[in-house]
Design a protein around this ligand. Sequence first.
Ligand code: NAD
Ligand code: ZN
Ligand code: ZN
Length: 385
Amino acid sequence: MKAAVFHRPGNIQVDTVDDPRIEDQRDIILKVTSTAICGSDLHILSGAVPQAANLVMGHEFMGIVEETGMGVSKLKKGDRVVVPFPIACGECFFCRHASPVNCENSNPEKYGPGGNMMDEKGGGLFGYTDLYGGYAGGQAEYVRVPYADVGPRVVPDNMTDEQVLFLTDIFPTGWAAIDWAQMKGGEVVAIFGSGPVGLMAQKAAWLNGASRVFAIDPLQYRLNKAKLVNNVETINPHDTDPVEAIRAATGGRGADICVDAVGFEPERSFMDKVKATVNFEKGSMEVIENCFKAVRRNGKVSIVGVYGSPYDNFPVHRMFDKGISIFQGQAPVHNYIDQLISLVTEGKVILDDIISHTLPLTEAPQAYHIFDKKEDDCVKVVLKP
Ligand code: NAD
Ligand code: ZN
Ligand code: ZN
């Protein structure tokens, strides 16, 4: 079959690889009908999330069940499903405690309590390096889905792929950022990053009763998109200091909730890159610092952007003095997906309005390039195998 394969940093190619097979009776083989490129894939492409061996990429995918293992009871050949990006067994301590991303069984080689940079990681993820189980991903014609009775959800026939594809990752991720903050209604929410995850967090903020939603991003075309599809207030840090702007808009107090939907590879100055190299830090925690500054006292900060290394001078002083609560991690997609499918099917939220490019899987290298370099006003790419 054809698949988008990571070879080395900066190099993803479309290769012919072996078709996946049922390896465990709880597996299914899915014929992929649509798959997307995630901002998280860019961390692998850049080399910041390391991967040595070739790997089929992709953790946002959906398709038609092609084959089922003997132990699968909830799905049959021909079912059309979306698949959460974390791989969870459904039975271990963490799966029973509503924490599928910490599954104790899906990442046997690298799992552990430590959360180090190179080992003691959480549960397995599709197409997300050997650190997360080494599973082949879904940017391919076919993909093996383990624990198929636990993750995949059948989607209604009358919905297009595009309408439901983002239930696999970015909508539940944006939703998690907001849900963790347990809004009561009327809050001011400031969302740093207006890429796919930030756009989904904006939708979630409105659905949870925000009174004002701010989008912060240095890319004007992405702010324009946010304004168009989510009717948010926009701040471009190249024009206006976002911390000052958010404080000014809230009587000097700060936002009730700040979301980091950027992660450790923000747009950065040369000096910031030098400092990171000297400190053996990967990327920058600049966006976390801005969230801590822009949030009000006793406010909440949700971090869904990815971080992978320790940082010197972490602003714990600001966190303590202001009494900030922080929430972070991989999104527990399994916990939210049924509720979010209902929101989509009932027409309470539209997800496919963020798609800027739909391309054949054979053009994956070019698709990665434009998404990574933010060319051609790229916001979100869907690939068709
Ligand atoms: P993306 O790269 O398309 O979007 C990031 C956006 O942040 C870009 O629009 C960029 O211009 C903007 N940005 C850069 N520097 C900034 C700054 N200083 N202030 C404000 N905005 C800035 O990626 P995405 O797909 O939207 O993903 C965003 C992050 O979320 C990534 O780190 C990704 O790995 C992570 N992610 C996490 C989860 C999870 O489960 N926690 C799931 C999906 C994605
Ligand atoms: Zn993702
Ligand atoms: Zn488990």
